[in-house]
Design a protein. Structure first.
Length: 318
């Protein structure tokens, strides 16, 4: 893929190397070349230091991530996408959060392990991949042992080279099979090409999902999420067909029914409504007919599940 340069950052990276790299940022599919080292900001609105909105033990992820004590989730501010329906829009698009040093980010990771979280779950990490790479190295040097989960929109390019050897579990979205829809709804171009190449790269690094036979917790591998949108039922089916062809039905897939018309979605029918149970069941039946057995699914009436309030003391209620 043209936007993915073959880079292999050393395991120990100095801050000056990050600054040098970010003089021409190409971490995501925008490949915008923004000089973030000089203070400019691209589509993601990210600067030099990682900006973090919240971190917490999260009980709303897939069961293989949350176990009994939760997933140690770190929500990064900013995003390469501008989804009209984003449930995290106050973080992804409105800038909620505070900048953290590499040392502080590493400390957050080890603190999440200390309180018993089963993993460190990096939400929307793409635009901070070099800084996260440093923080993971530092955290592991200080005793981080739990798996690192890279929880991404899937519009990744060079960010994945920084994560190679540092990420244990990739949790990646497949949002669209139509580039025109991707541009209209999320403000991105060539999503399908970028996303499919990203999934191949992730799989080449970690393979199929491996779970601990005693606890059922994810240890390593790729898991793909499909949030089913009310205007994209056939697109979700096409995504499942592609995933079967590319990765076989051994791939672990999470079908999500929790779409809610948040942010600007009310202005863009049919995104202005929740998913009908029959629509979700249609996609779920199709996935089962294809032979997917490693399938996480929700109740068909799961709207509002996991919708956060980042201003509240407890952002999520379940």
């Amino acid at each position: 893929m043209d936007t993915l340069r073959k880079i292999a950052p050393p395991k120990k990276t100095e801050n000056r190397e990050i600054a040098s790299y970010l003089q021409r940022c190409s971490l995501c599919g925008h490949s915008c070349g923004t000089d973030r080292s000089g203070g400019a900001r691209g589509a993601c609105e990210a600067g030099m230091l990682p900006k973090v909105a919240r971190w917490l033990s999260h009980m709303g992820e897939e069961p293989c991530l949350i176990g009994s004590e939760g997933s140690g989730t770190i929500f990064f501010t900013g995003c390469s996408l501008r989804c009209l329906f984003c449930q995290n829009f106050s973080v992804s698009q409105l800038g909620h959060g505070e900048e953290r040093s590499i040392e502080s980010l590493a400390e957050i990771m080890t603190d999440l392990q200390e309180i018993g979280c089963h993993n460190v779950n990096l939400v929307s990490p793409t635009h901070y991949a070099p800084q996260i790479a440093l923080a993971v190295d530092e955290a592991r040097a200080k005793g981080l042992r739990v798996p690192v989960v890279y929880n991404t929109h899937g519009y990744d390019t060079e960010s994945l080279a920084w994560m190679d050897g540092r990420v244990d579990v990739y949790l990646a979205d497949v949002k669209y099979v139509d580039d025109a829809q991707a541009e209209r709804v999320s403000g991105i171009r060539e999503y399908c090409r970028v996303n499919r190449e990203a999934l191949r790269t992730m799989f080449s690094q970690v393979g199929h999902l491996e779970e601990d036979p005693e606890t059922g917790l994810a240890r390593r591998g790729l898991m793909v999420r499909i949030l089913i949108l009310p205007d994209n039922i056939e697109g979700a089916k096409a995504s499942l067909l592609h995933l079967k062809r590319e990765f076989t039905t051994e791939l672990c897939v999470s079908l999500m029914a929790q779409y809610v018309p948040l942010h600007k979605a009310s202005q863009y029918p049919p995104l202005d409504r929740t998913l009908e149970p029959s629509e979700y069941e249609d996609v779920l039946d199709f996935a089962l007919s294809l032979g997917f057995e490693r399938l996480w699914y929700q109740e068909a009436t799961s709207a509002n599940v996991g919708v956060p309030d980042f201003d509240a003391d407890v952002p999520f209620t379940f």
